[in-house]
Design a protein around this ligand. Structure first.
Ligand code: SF4
Ligand code: SF4
Length: 369
């Protein structure tokens, strides 16, 4: 695999984009969050807006300074693309960085829908990266068709954690059956659709899981991603007021707005067993659903390999050597073994950008020392 070609291509696309932007636009793009953040395990998060009016009781964005006022993200689509191409950790193309739309808003809220569509279109047109979107929305047929026209290959995660207590826990979100109806329509249009069982709420999601899976199957959804709950003090208190006491599942007590995880590995194992009996595929992580949706392979972490193992990029020492030269990094040794890449550099370097570029492109675990 010629690794250098991806960095050259990144520069070429950026040049093309820059010619379409004013210097003010470009300055704004380069200063933006998307130009700086390193990808998280699920990929690089794309913010299409801020705030959310669904008011989920377990939502942490209300502790991060966001509220129910919803605003589209300020960059235009082409400016978002410029920001991503200015990010030292980002690689374009299908082999590049996984992109995850969502996180600090619901990307299909009416106030944000057009901006989300604009970002899907711009990233698809200029970059072609694997895209995943998580949602609780219920779109109209026309809206779904518009999404399929601008970006046909998305991995869609439809969030559903309860069928019985949604009005208490997700007071203003669409009814779970409406979400599943949308999931079924998206599936028929060719999207890769998975149930997003996140956050797993002990004593709620686990008690309903059989019925959640059976209902999802009746709508044609046969794949799922599980995710744990993280709580702040406020979330813990609010859940307790609904009779959901999670104190015995905390390793440490949350202080203020700091998020702490709720232990749920036992619940996940139990859910996997039930899924297995029902022939539902459980992905080890959200990124695995994105990798599978785009018919890729990945062996970057110990949860994998994921997707199509035959699609793992071919790697060899020569191409890694060329990449290091291109990045002006002097090295002593390159070792390739068991889907891992180990590089000994001559001097201590800031490892971030090499680490992300190499692990993204090779889909292998990378160690630099
Ligand atoms: S839909 Fe997502 S972003 Fe909106 S309140 Fe619920 S958890 Fe938060
Ligand atoms: S191996 Fe699987 S879980 Fe790990 S980073 Fe790759 S896709 Fe994600």
């Amino acid at each position: 695999m010629d690794l250098v070609r991806f960095l050259v291509l990144k520069e070429e696309i950026l040049r093309k984009i820059v010619s379409k932007l004013s210097s003010e636009d470009l300055k704004r793009s380069k200063k933006d969050y998307h130009a700086k953040r390193a990808p998280r395990p699920c990929g690089l998060t794309i913010h299409t807006g801020t705030g959310c009016s669904y008011c989920c009781v377990y939502c942490y964005i209300y502790d991060m300074g966001f509220n129910t006022k919803v605003s589209p993200y300020p960059l235009r689509g082409i400016e978002l693309v410029a920001a991503l191409l200015s990010n030292p950790y980002f690689i374009p193309t299908l082999n590049g960085t996984l992109l995850a739309f969502g996180s600090i808003t619901e990307p299909f809220l009416p106030e944000i829908y057009e901006r989300t569509l604009e970002y899907l279109q711009a990233t698809y047109n200029y970059l072609q990266n694997p895209i995943q979107i998580s949602t609780k929305a219920s779109l109209t047929d026309e809206q779904i068709i518009r999404v399929s026209k601008v970006s046909p290959r998305i991995s869609v995660l439809v969030t559903l954690i309860t069928l019985k207590r949604f009005r208490e826990l997700e007071p203003l979100a669409p009814h779970p059956l409406m979400r599943l109806k949308m999931a079924s329509k998206m599936f028929k249009l060719g999207f890769h659709v998975s149930l997003f069982i996140r956050p797993l709420i002990p004593s709620v999601t686990d008690h309903e899981i059989q019925s959640i899976f059976e209902t999802a199957l009746s709508y044609g959804v046969k794949k799922a991603v599980l995710g744990s709950l993280r709580v702040t003090n406020r979330i813990l208190r609010n859940l307790k007021s609904l009779g959901i006491d999670l104190s015995s599942r905390l390793s440490i007590r949350p202080e203020g707005k700091k998020q702490v995880p709720i232990r749920s590995s036992d619940i996940k194992s139990m859910i996997r067993k039930i899924a297995n009996k029902l022939n539902i595929e459980i992905y080890p992580s959200a990124c695995a659903a994105n990798i599978s949706a785009h018919r890729l392979g990945c062996a970057m972490c110990k949860l994998g390999p994921c997707g199509d193992i035959n699609k793992l990029p071919h790697i060899d020492e020569f191409s890694i050597r060329e990449l290091l030269r291109f990045m002006n990094i002097e090295f002593e040794q390159i070792l390739l073994f068991d889907n891992k890449i180990r590089i000994k550099t001559k001097r201590r370097i800031r490892r971030d950008s090499l680490y992300y570029i190499l692990s993204t492109l090779t889909k292998r675990a990378v160690y630099i020392y």
